[in-house]
Design a protein around this ligand. Structure first.
Ligand code: 8YV
Length: 327
């Protein structure tokens, strides 16, 4: 009998077909957004689950699913996993790193450019039929080239953004991270380490690329926004909750900073209503990794992890390898 797995959201048909060669697959191609108790019901008797980043895997769910062995996330972020609870229950978690790094860094730049050069705001103006003549100050924004790019969080995606900024746009790149990069990596990225206060004070454009955790909750709030330059822009492609969205909306309205570009939101897909009414913010629906080849690569990596672990005992990108050594 083939092991049973659940694919918890709609996914590429070729991934379902691929997994079907190895497992007895139940998939949610209707893309129903299950409640935690519905997910738990669907998981009865399943050895593995393919998750997409939004499904909460916690102690209560694990207690109700005693035969579950692996949760394979099709995302590099895994704040939907309670990893301690998973380790305690002997359930492996895997994520999908690397395959989305360059695509997400491209998007970070897309959002940065759109924000600094007021692309969305000016498009809305044009579509509304308001463009009747040229004006010297119409949608004037800030330069990217030659400006100081600040990066908070310097993992793989942060480094890919730094390389684009330093080597592509001639930017001065500064970063802050829990730990400093080694000299060779800093040189490759063209980036200089600074304290958080200096980062906030000096950056013309600040990009957030740090993982979400209790310690990064509201890492950018009213106090931090007040330290930024009035002409600065802020871009968040990391996770909702890292920015205090209400404080950001107030800063944008009061022009404490010039503009923001947000791909992620606290409580998404809900968006703080104040952000919807300020003009100087570009809002996108969590699409940082959304290209066809990258989403396919992420899904294939999640599938590789399910196949690797359930059939060969060799997951590719385990998050809690303690589970492997504990058996
Ligand atoms: C995912 C992401 O598409 O990989 C991540 O951590 O944020 C995105 O690439 C998203 O998490 C899916 O929910």
């Amino acid at each position: 009998m083939l092991p049973k797995i659940l694919i918890s959201r709609a996914i590429f048909p070729e991934i379902i077909a691929r997994l079907g060669q190895h497992f007895d697959v139940t998939s949610n191609q209707d893309d129903v957004l299950w409640t935690p108790s519905q997910l738990s019901e669907q998981l009865q008797g399943m050895s593995g689950v393919f998750t997409t980043g939004g499904e909460r895997i916690d102690a209560a769910l694990l207690a109700a699913c005693p035969v579950l062995k692996i949760c394979a996330n099709m995302a590099v972020g895994y704040n939907n996993f309670d990893l301690d609870a998973m380790t305690a229950a002997g359930v492996l978690g895997t994520n999908a790193p690397d395959v989305l790094t360059e695509t997400t860094a491209d998007f970070g730049f897309a959002l940065l450019m759109a924000t600094a050069r007021r692309v969305a705001e000016s498009e809305h103006f044009l579509r509304a039929g308001l463009w009747t003549r040229w004006r010297y100050d119409m949608f004037t924004g800030s330069d990217i080239h030659g400006a100081t790019l600040g990066i908070l969080g310097m993992g793989r995606i942060g480094q890919a953004i730094a390389r684009r900024g330093a080597h592509g746009f001639g930017m001065k790149v500064i970063y802050h991270n829990r730990s400093r990069l080694d000299d060779a990596t800093e040189a490759q990225c063209g980036a200089r380490y600074v304290g958080k206060a200096e980062l906030l004070k000096t950056a013309d454009h600040l990009v957030l690329v740090l993982p979400y955790s209790a310690s990064s909750h509201h890492a950018i709030g009213a106090t931090e926004l007040a330290q930024m330059k009035p002409r600065a822009t802020l871009v968040n492609i990391a996770r909702g909750g890292i920015v205090d969205d209400a404080a950001l909306a107030a800063a944008l309205r009061n022009k404490t900073i010039a503009a923001a570009g947000l791909d992620v939101f606290e409580g998404e897909p809900k968006v703080h209503p104040d952000l919807l009414t300020v003009p100087n913010v570009v809002l996108t629906p969590h699409i940082g990794s959304a290209t066809v080849p990258t989403r396919l690569a992420m899904a294939n990596l999640a599938a590789d992890n399910l196949i690797g672990y359930l059939l060969h005992d060799k997951p590719l990108t385990p998050l809690n390898p303690a589970v492997l050594s504990a058996r």
